[in-house]
Design a protein around this ligand. Structure first.
Ligand code: GTP
Ligand code: MG
Length: 422
């Protein structure tokens, strides 16, 4: 069944393609765009009077039903109020559009709470406006809160925000405990970050055999998923999480703090970029995502993964890689082009990841041959990167891994009468 609804986009700049994609993510088709180029929005109605009249005319003459008006920017409560009143159709600004997508996609408890928190934060100034208008006798109710008296509603928002924050803190603490446990068990934590739709979930699925939802729409993923990388040579836990977008509203960043924290505590961050888009967009999205990572406090190595290379010729791909390499901000990062779709260059990515881990050390041990040491060896294969193994009177095995795992392997080796060679 086709659930597409019709929307009009109003903008004061020509840069509207992302807003069209956001609308599409909510199944709204942008059937008409009104652009009034100006430096700052009109204080009262975002766009000037003449343009507004033109839109009112368009709506009233049109046989097609318009379900939503989308403003390609942020609205002040008074502007929103005036626009809805004049146009007689629901008016969303960019933040509200994103919040609605998030609400639709939130599948687990944490994401639901985070979205609710962001929504309440968003609604608060609007409620203030409504209280003001209601007192002046202009507006009887508000958004979903029509059944509440506005004053009560405002109080309720405050209480709800407090309660949600408490619940989110508990979930965050549980996650912290789980994370510490995983680290102690010797796993490396690698997180996937990047602009929405770059292919993060596709890469998680490919590397772990998971079936996280993959979609050509914006913000398919909201909840965090952590899975072990299938390749047994690498004891890696990979975490997929919410994507970035330019001007990600501060209240969403705040609400998703604990989810984004998951990125900042990883040993390595993979920053995915869709390399197939045009150069200007690639650069913009790369910079937005990179700055976002710095802002959320990432200190670990960042590997730039240029995904969707299958959509470019070798020549175009090389050209783009060279352009990206020239950027000062990302000079220290390694760059890996690949195609998740065609399973191309994935092994190279795993190697680059492994070589980027902090405190990697190489060790060689000698073990007597018996049943117990066999199980130790398969365990070593499981949690370390085995470089060489040879059998004579003893088994000599050389492996690379982080210091925590190394200490564990050596202590088990010694307890089985093995020897540390180097
Ligand atoms: N051509 C091509 N398409 C790809 C590749 N990797 C992913 N895609 C497509 O890109 C779209 C987005 O993929 P996702 O894995 O959902 O992207 P994401 O980064 O998880 O997106 P969000 O969860 O929305 O942040 C889907 O339509 C994928 O099929 C690739 O290597 N080549
Ligand atoms: Mg995803």
């Amino acid at each position: 069944m086709n659930n597409t609804k019709n929307a009009i986009i109003i903008s004061i700049s020509e840069d509207i393609s992302e807003t069209i994609d956001l609308a599409d993510s909510l199944d709204y088709k942008a059937i008409k765009t009104f652009i009034q180029k100006r430096k700052t929005p009109d204080v009262n109605s975002y766009i000037g009077r003449g343009k507004l009249d033109e839109i009112i005319d368009y709506i009233s003459n049109k046989e097609i039903n318009i379900d939503l008006i989308i403003i390609n920017g942020d609205l002040k409560p008074s502007q929103w109020f005036n626009l809805e009143k004049k146009l007689g159709i629901n008016v969303y600004d960019r933040i509200r559009l994103i919040l609605d997508i998030f609400e639709k996609r939130a599948d687990r408890r944490e994401a639901k709470l985070q979205v609710k928190l962001a929504q309440l934060g968003y609604e608060r100034p609007f409620v203030r406006e409504i209280i003001h208008r209601a007192r002046a006798g202009e507006h009887p109710g508000f958004m979903a809160g029509g059944e509440y008296q506005v004053d009560d509603y405002y109080e309720m928002i405050k209480k709800q925000i407090k309660k949600i924050k408490r619940n989110l803190d508990t979930i965050r603490d549980e996650r912290e405990i789980r994370r510490r446990h995983r680290h102690i068990s010797g796993f490396y934590l690698v997180s996937l970050a990047g602009y929405t739709n770059a292919g993060k979930s596709s890469l998680l699925n490919l590397l772990s055999g998971e079936k996280v939802k993959v979609e050509g729409k914006l913000f398919s993923t909201l909840s965090t998923t952590t899975r072990r990388v299938k390749n047994k040579n690498y004891p890696i836990l990979l975490t997929d999480t919410v994507g970035f977008i330019q001007n990600l509203p501060a209240l969403i960043i705040d609400a998703f703090h604990s989810t984004l924290e998951e990125i900042s505590v990883a040993d390595i961050v993979l920053l995915l970029v869709d390399i197939s888009e045009n150069e200007e967009i690639v650069n913009k999205k790369l910079n937005v995502s990179f700055n976002e990572l710095i802002e959320i406090g990432v200190k670990s190595p960042i590997i730039i993964v240029l995904n969707k290379s299958d959509l470019l010729s070798k020549k175009d791909l090389d050209k783009r890689i060279n352009l990206i390499k020239k950027q000062d901000s990302i000079k220290k990062c390694k760059i890996v082009p690949l195609s998740v779709k065609n399973n191309e260059n994935i092994d190279n990515l795993l190697n680059v990841i492994f070589l980027s881990f902090p405190q990697i050390s190489k060790s060689t041990i000698k073990l007597p041959i018996n049943k117990t040491t066999q199980s130790l060896i398969s365990w070593i294969y499981d949690i370390a990167h085995v470089i060489d193994i040879s059998y004579d009177e003893f088994i000599t095995i050389t492996f690379e891994c982080n210091i925590i795992i190394r200490d564990k392997i050596i202590s088990r080796c010694l307890s089985l009468n093995g020897k540390l060679i180097e």
